[in-house]
Design a protein around this ligand. Structure first.
Ligand code: ACO
Length: 322
């Protein structure tokens, strides 16, 4: 009996406070024109006092659970992709478990920065395939605003806060054509220095702040995204023409269009939300996915490709029938 890992529901949440490019002009030497031309970003959402990665994750997860039609007691596990947990421990995942009244099954966080959601959904897929779980809440949640140097114009204009979630369920293949087709995960630690934080718990006893060599990240993002989307399609006998939607990590319009170009994919088939919330790291793919699902763009049975690159470097893709 084949088991399919099917997305049964999606949800997302953005904090209410918005920082526009015009707001940033008052903080650092930048302009709306520079930010928009280089990145496609117009605004980002940021947390206020009392909001944390967990509070965002809980709300996104609540919405995904509701959309799935399942109940709290059906959930066998929670996996949260995050680089910005509330605490060093316990995980954001256990905060979500407690808040939603989920059973005392597995709950843990995954850290692969902007590729985190692709790593998390691949991990959940493996649990479903080996029969260790039936329904897993997979969440990407970040408060990147907490690790930004607000005096550094080369990084603080790029990132934002938010959360997205899906419920991934094991369904017998005979009953369902939908589900994950393949996952492709990569990391290259030799490039860890081009996108990292200035500190961390064990080294500096604080979280550090984001440091980035933007041009190098851009160059690798374009090349590695192309390689991984190409592999995901060709290994399954597809081409770009077969795709209904590309749901890329929302970092930068220019990186996304370069990937779409290489695939020969018209921009109408690319979910693009980066202008509204900037780069939300591990939250960006489930956020974009949920917005496209709720807008009626993404429909059941459509062929979807998720792809991302982030610090590590890490990168990866997931091909699925929604
Ligand atoms: N406002 C105005 N000027 C700025 C700003 C800013 N916010 N930031 C940098 N500049 C200046 C620089 O100081 C430089 O000035 P100089 O020529 O006088 O020295 C000039 O703009 C050009 O700087 P570059 O860094 O060469 O600009 P570039 O065209 O490469 O764009 C950017 C920078 C947008 C960061 C680009 O490199 C990029 O998109 N890289 C990918 C980074 C990314 O997306 N990271 C997210 C995490 S990884 C991921 O998610 C894929």
């Amino acid at each position: 009996m084949t088991i399919k890992s099917v997305i049964q529901g999606t949800g997302s949440y953005l904090p209410s406070k918005i920082l526009t490019n015009a707001d940033l002009e008052k903080i650092v030497d930048t302009s709306d024109e520079w930010i928009f031309q280089r990145t496609g970003i117009r605004q980002r959402h940021v947390v206020s006092e009392g909001e944390t990665t967990s509070t965002l994750a809980i709300e996104a997860a609540r919405r995904a659970l509701e959309a799935s039609g399942l109940n709290a007691e059906d959930i066998d596990g929670v996996i949260v992709a995050t680089t910005t947990p509330d605490l060093t421990f316990p995980s954001v995942a256990v905060h979500v478990q407690e808040a939603l009244g989920l059973p005392a099954n597995m709950a843990f966080d995954i850290q692969a920065v902007c590729t985190g959601f692709v790593y998390a959904i691949s991990t959940a897929h493996s649990f479903l395939q080996t029969g260790q779980a039936k329904n897993i809440l997979v969440i990407g949640a970040e408060t990147m605003s907490r690790i930004l140097d607000w005096t550094d114009r080369t990084t603080c204009v790029l990132f934002g806060d938010g959360a997205g979630a899906v419920v991934l369920s094991a369904v017998e293949g005979e009953k369902e054509d939908r589900g994950i087709i393949s996952t492709h995960l990569y990391a290259d630690g030799r490039k860890k220095g081009i996108l990292c934080t200035s500190g961390g718990v064990s080294k500096t006893q604080d979280a550090g702040m984001i440091e980035m060599q933007g041009r190098d990240v851009f160059k690798y993002a374009v090349k590695l995204m192309h390689d991984v989307v190409d592999e995901s399609l060709s290994e399954n006998g597809y081409t770009g023409a077969d795709l209904d939607w590309l749901v890329p990590h929302q970092a930068n319009v220019r990186i996304i269009s370069a990937t779409a170009d290489k695939l020969g994919l018209p921009m109408e088939k690319v979910v693009m939300t980066v202008s509204k919330h900037g780069n939300t790291s591990a939250a960006s793919i489930p956020l974009a996915l949920d917005q496209a699902v709720r807008a009626g763009q993404i429909q059941r049975n459509q062929l979807i490709l998720l792809e991302a690159l982030g610090g590590g470097l890490t990168w990866g893709a997931t091909l699925l029938r929604f």
